[in-house]
Ligand binder design. Structure first.
Ligand SMILES: Cc1cc2nc3c(=O)[nH]c(=O)nc-3n(C[C@H](O)[C@H](O)[C@H](O)COP(=O)(O)OP(=O)(O)OC[C@H]3O[C@@H](n4cnc5c(N)ncnc54)[C@H](O)[C@@H]3O)c2cc1C
Length: 251
C-alpha cells in the first residue's frame, strides 16, 4: 500500500525521540520543572506543547501532553509538571523520574496558541494553576527577543505556596505587569481577597478591550471557559482570544 506523503518537517515532529532528564527543580510542593536534553530537537514556539510517552517493561505504554516552559534554546527543553494525586503519569514524572532517566517525546505540537516575537500588540496572559506553563514560555521568549510588546499576566492560583516560577516573576521584567489572584488563601495585605477569577479582575488588571490585545488563556477546562466568557463579555473580540485547555475540570 502506498504510504501517505508527509512533509519532512512534519514527519520530524511526528517522530518519537529519546529525551534524557538532566536536571529537576521544585516549583511548589506538588510541581517540578524537568530539564530534558533532546538531541535533534527541532525547536519550538512559545505556547506549543509536546507529547510524552512512557513505556513499561511489559510493553504497556501511555502518553500525555505537556507544554514547553522554556524559550527555545537548542537541544534543551523544560517542562513543569503538576502532580495530579490519583494520576497515572504525573506522579511518576514528579516523584520517580531521576536525573539520567529517559522518556520519549514527540513534537512540538500546536500552531495557534503561540506568541511570536514579531507581534508588537499588547498581550494579556490569563493563567489558571499549571496553565501558567506555556504563558511563561511566552514571557521568557519576549525577554530573550528583547521585545517591547507590553504584557500583562493574571495568574490565578490556590495559595502563595502553589505559585510556579515565584522568584522569577517577583524579580519582574520591564513591560510585564503580573497580578496574582489567589483562590483559596491570599497573603495579608494583598490587593484582593481570595476568590475565583471575576470580570472585575480582568477589567482592573487586564487590558481594556479597545487596546485590542491578543489574549492567551490557559488552565483547567472550567477556568478557561469562564475566563474566555468574561473576556468576551468585557468586549474582547473572540478572534483575539486564544485558549488552551489542560484538563477536564477543577482549578
Ligand atoms: C495541551 C496540553 C498541555 C498540558 N500541559 C501541561 C503542563 O505543562 N503541566 C502539567 O502539569 N499538565 C499539563 N497538561 C495536563 C497533562 O497532560 C495531564 O493531563 C496531567 O499531567 C494528568 O495526567 P495523569 O496521567 O497524572 O492523570 P490521569 O491518570 O490522566 O488522570 C487522573 C485523574 O485526574 C484528572 N485529571 C487529569 N488531568 C488533570 C488536570 N490537568 N488537572 C486536574 N485533574 C486532572 C482526571 O480526570 C482523573 O480523574 C497538559 C494537557 C494538555 C492537553
Amino acid at each position: 500500500m502506498a504510504r501517505t506523503a508527509v512533509p519532512r518537517r512534519l514527519g520530524d515532529r511526528l517522530r518519537w525521540r529519546a529525551a534524557e532528564l538532566v536536571e529537576r527543580r521544585a516549583e511548589s510542593e506538588a510541581a517540578w520543572t524537568l530539564v530534558l536534553d533532546v538531541p535533534g530537537w527541532p525547536g519550538h514556539l512559545p505556547g506549543q506543547h509536546l507529547d510524552l510517552r512512557l513505556t513499561a517493561e511489559d510493553g504497556y505504554s501511555t502518553q500525555r501532553s505537556y507544554s514547553l516552559a522554556s524559550a527555545p534554546d537548542g537541544d534543551r527543553i523544560e517542562l513543569t509538571v503538576q502532580r495530579v494525586e490519583d494520576g497515572e503519569v504525573s506522579p511518576y514524572l514528579t516523584d520517580d523520574l531521576a536525573v539520567g532517566d529517559a522518556v520519549e517525546i514527540r513534537g512540538p505540537v500546536g500552531g495557534w496558541f503561540v506568541w511570536r516575537p514579531e507581534q508588537t500588540e499588547p498581550v494579556l496572559l490569563v493563567a489558571g494553576g499549571s496553565g501558567l506553563v506555556p504563558l511563561m514560555a511566552m514571557v521568557r521568549a519576549r525577554a530573550a527577543a528583547g521585545s517591547r510588546a507590553p504584557f500583562r499576566l493574571l495568574y490565578s492560583v490556590r495559595t502563595p505556596g502553589d505559585r510556579f516560577y515565584a522568584a522569577e516573576l517577583d524579580r519582574g521584567e520591564p513591560g510585564l505587569d503580573t497580578t496574582h489572584l489567589y483562590t483559596r488563601s491570599a497573603p495579608d495585605g494583598g490587593t484582593r481577597p481570595a476568590g475565583r477569577l471575576q470580570a472585575r479582575d480582568l477589567a482592573e488588571w487586564g487590558w481594556p478591550a479597545d487596546f485590542e490585545p491578543t489574549c492567551y488563556v490557559c488552565g483547567p477546562t472550567g477556568f478557561v471557559e469562564t475566563a474566555a466568557g468574561l473576556l468576551v463579555a468585557l468586549g474582547h473580540s473572540p478572534d483575539r482570544i486564544r485558549t488552551e485547555r489542560f484538563g477536564p475540570s477543577g482549578g
